[in-house]
Design a protein around this ligand. Structure first.
Ligand code: FMN
Length: 446
């Protein structure tokens, strides 16, 4: 039986450990239409995972200090080519020496039908993002060209930097409406959708797809060419078919074939779990950027590690990156939980203000308590979900997962995390770290 989007997919079917290739690394930047993305790394859209809290959490976890290169210290001249090749020269915010190693983030997929039917005041629920999330792409799914074009316009009006079309989702409820990977068997309809969306928006437009429906119906090269012809600005390939689900290994050779076929940027996706995998994918396929899905909740430091590897390789000729200690892991869990709680508090404050306005204008407000309870349930659900991803592979992680799943409230989940890490340390952390604190890690590996 094929797997669908469930938590089980946090496991890789048969992961390959790649060695770090000697001369390849993830590019310092790439450009999609008029949007420059630096570094060339993308957080994959993941339904139920990549909401605004998770996206900002990953962006923050990816922050790394940009040290001046030796040549800058010596005030030596660098050629233009050297300048643009240097990661540290790509920093656009001189007020800080920190940059996020995650170049682009994407929303969870959003139904175009749902979006176009929803009242403007309620759309925010689907399309919430904060200023510090730029550049950000909104992903849509659907099969009706006009509805998708309308929704792309909504996305553009909301201030997103890019819009993406999902042609990869294997979930039955999406495929049965001809959305996601269901469309892969109807290239003429895909062309109509591409043209309708292209005509509707001026922001960069991209598509994320699988190789095809099955091994007998592989269309990725044809599809990438069609995208280029229709004026799309980049393509992202998850190198599996719909029938593959998440089984086996992603077949990176198809990313290479797509890269050979088009001039627009190609984003490679599938089975990147380490900085070594990321560089190996670039080496094997020549892709312009890499996209990471399951690797992000399993190892929120992965974008930072890739950036550190690139920067140290460039500065010193030897690539290294930090690996997290148990205390770092503990802080990471707490930080994410705190961000979830803060977001709920913010939503509740906005809700209370809206309710007060309705009461003042004589209208009755119903369902507030229910909404509040639902939010808290969602928050505890997200805590459990993240803990499950994050503790996979940690020694004795299954005992933590068990106690987390038995917890019934946010504080109970946190207590389970605290007691787990306390048993692993002489001096467990007693205080919650500030949300932005991501200290340097103790150990370093090459
Ligand atoms: C829980 C989950 C939800 C996903 N949701 C989406 C989605 O909304 N849109 C999409 O294009 N892909 C979705 N995907 C697929 C990922 O974006 C990505 O293509 C896939 O996980 C392979 O990359 P990885 O090996 O780095 O995880 C989802 C994957 C998972 C595990």
């Amino acid at each position: 039986m094929k797997k669908r989007y469930t938590l089980e997919q946090k496991h890789w079917d048969s992961p390959t450990d790649h060695a770090m290739p000697e001369h390849s690394r993830v590019p310092a930047s790439f450009t999609v239409g008029n949007v420059r993305i630096a570094p060339a790394t993308v957080l994959a859209p993941m339904a139920g995972v990549t909401d605004t809290v998770f996206r900002r959490f990953i962006k923050n976890a990816s922050l790394f200090a940009v040290a001046p290169t030796p040549s800058q210290n010596l005030l030596s001249f660098r050629s233009e080519a050297e300048e643009s090749a240097s990661l540290s020269s790509q920093i656009e915010a001189p007020t800080t020496n920190q940059q996020s190693g995650c170049g682009l983030i994407m929303t969870e997929f959003t139904s175009a039908d749902g979006l176009s039917r929803t009242r403007e005041s309620k759309r925010k629920r689907y399309l919430t993002f904060y200023d510090d999330e730029h550049p950000i792409s909104a992903q849509l799914f659907g099969s009706n060209p006009a509805t998708l074009a309308d929704s792309a316009r909504i996305v553009q009006d909301c201030g997103f930097d890019l819009v993406d079309l999902n042609l990869g989702c294997p979930a039955k409820r999406v495929v049965s409406c001809n959305g996601g990977s269901g469309l892969l068997r109807d290239l003429p309809l895909i062309e109509r959708i591409f043209r309708a969306i292209r005509a509707a928006v001026s922001i960069p437009f991209t598509v994320k797809f699988r190789m095809g429906w099955s091994d007998a119906e592989i269309v990725c090269v044809q599809l990438a060419r069609l995208a280029e012809e229709c004026g799309l600005n980049a393509v992202a390939l998850h190198a599996r078919t719909r029938e593959d689900g998440y089984t086996g290994q992603a077949r990176w050779e198809y990313i290479a074939a797509v890269k050979d076929a088009v001039r627009i940027p190609v984003i490679g996706n599938g089975d990147i779990r380490t900085p070594e995998d990321a560089a190996a994918m670039v080496h094997a396929t020549g892709c312009d950027a890499i996209m990471i899905g399951r690797g992000a909740p399993a190892n929120p430091w992965i974008f930072r590690q890739i950036a550190q590897y690139t920067a140290t390789k460039e500065a010193a000729g030897v690539g290294t990156y930090d690996v997290p200690t148990d205390q770092d892991r503990y802080r990471m869990v707490r930080t994410y939980f705190q961000m979830l709680v803060d977001e709920i508090a913010q939503e509740e404050a906005a809700e209370a203000a809206r309710a007060a306005a309705l009461i003042a204008s004589g209208q009755i407000v119903n369902g507030e308590q229910m909404l509040k309870a639902q939010r808290h349930r969602d928050c505890v659900g997200k805590m459990k979900q993240f803990a499950a991803w994050f503790t996979h592979g940690i020694p004795n992680g299954s005992s933590l997962r068990k106690s987390i799943f038995e917890a019934r409230s946010g504080p109970a989940v946190l207590a389970a995390v605290e007691s787990f890490f306390a048993t692993r340390h002489d001096q467990p952390a007693q205080e919650a770290p500030p949300a932005e604190a991501f200290p340097l890690f103790a150990d370093t590996c090459g």
